[in-house]
Design a protein around this ligand. Structure first.
Ligand code: FE
Ligand code: FE
Ligand code: ZN
Length: 276
């Protein structure tokens, strides 16, 4: 079965997201842990969290993916900005234990001229402070498009971050199809080669999730603007090859396409229809 979901609003709580996912034909979902721009997180209702865990078990859901606010910068040149990322991610991971055994994705950040090596060092240092042996959450680095001074634009940078982490077994990667295509990995014409390269540098066993997005911009544009499935430069047939690739087809796929619920439902139906 294709494990697929979409990015959903968390404003009505955990169980509501599970039910919405089910309604649109999904068997997983992604959500922001808090307002993507702001800082303050809503109080967690342990009953609601437990209800989602039960619901997921009952309906056979794949692991859900929490997404950190995209405004955090774990490798800012400013100490207070790094500290804010630290406190937010630490709090998010504590909250994730209310829905144990799921995944938490974050953008490695922008080194803002400090150089990618220094960026990698700061991200690794932060991870070594917040990861704990008893945690049940898998923490994912998202592949980035390389706009500005983004860290995580290459498989080498992702590998370098993970290499420096002590609790490596807690770490994984979330591959965003729009981002890697914009970064210059040709998943349209050379999917096998890109996956071989990922395997050689990071290891395919670290690949835990896929963000399935088409791109509004051409190959290697370093832009990061998501498009609906089949409406962008990647195209439907490449998406179909991705969900069916023997090295990927077991993974959970999360849509972050510019859609409301009916649009997501259509894309999920379309992709389920093309899954072999
Ligand atoms: Fe993201
Ligand atoms: Fe993404
Ligand atoms: Zn993006």
């Amino acid at each position: 079965m294709l494990n697929i979901g979409a990015h959903l609003s968390s404003s009505k709580g955990f169980l509501a997201m599970g039910k919405t996912a089910k309604e649109i034909g999904a068997n997983t979902f992604q959500f922001f842990t808090r307002n993507p721009r702001g800082s303050k997180a809503k109080e967690i209702d342990p009953q609601d969290a437990k209800a989602l865990v039960e619901f997921m078990k009952e309906k056979g859901f794949a692991r859900v993916l929490a997404h950190a606010p995209y405004t955090l910068n774990p490798c800012s040149a400013k100490e207070e900005t790094r500290e804010f990322a630290h406190l937010t991610m630490e709090d998010d991971l504590k909250r994730m234990e209310y829905v144990p055994g799921n995944m938490y994705n974050f953008h490695p950040g922008s080194h803002v001229g400090q150089g990618s090596e220094e960026g990698v060092r700061q991200i690794t240092a932060l991870l070594n402070e917040i990861l704990k042996e008893e945690m049940t959450t898998t923490v994912l680095l998202e592949t980035m498009s390389g706009k500005g001074t983004e860290v995580g634009r290459s498989f080498e940078e992702l590998h370098a971050i993970i290499e420096g982490v002590e609790l490596k077994e807690k770490m994984g990667v979330c591959l965003d199809t729009c981002h890697v295509y914009d970064a210059g990995y040709d998943i349209v014409n050379h999917l096998d080669e890109v996956l071989e390269e990922f395997d050689r540098i990071v290891g395919l066993d670290r690949l835990k999730a896929i963000h399935l997005n088409d791109s509004k911009n051409p190959f290697e544009s370093h832009k990061d603007r998501h498009e609906k499935i089949g409406k962008g430069s990647i195209g439907l047939e490449a998406m179909v090859r991705i969900i069916n690739h023997p090295k990927l087809k077991h993974l959970p796929f999360y849509l972050e396409t510019p859609n409301e619920q009916p649009g997501y439902q259509e894309e999920i139906t379309l992709l389920r229809g093309r899954y072999e």
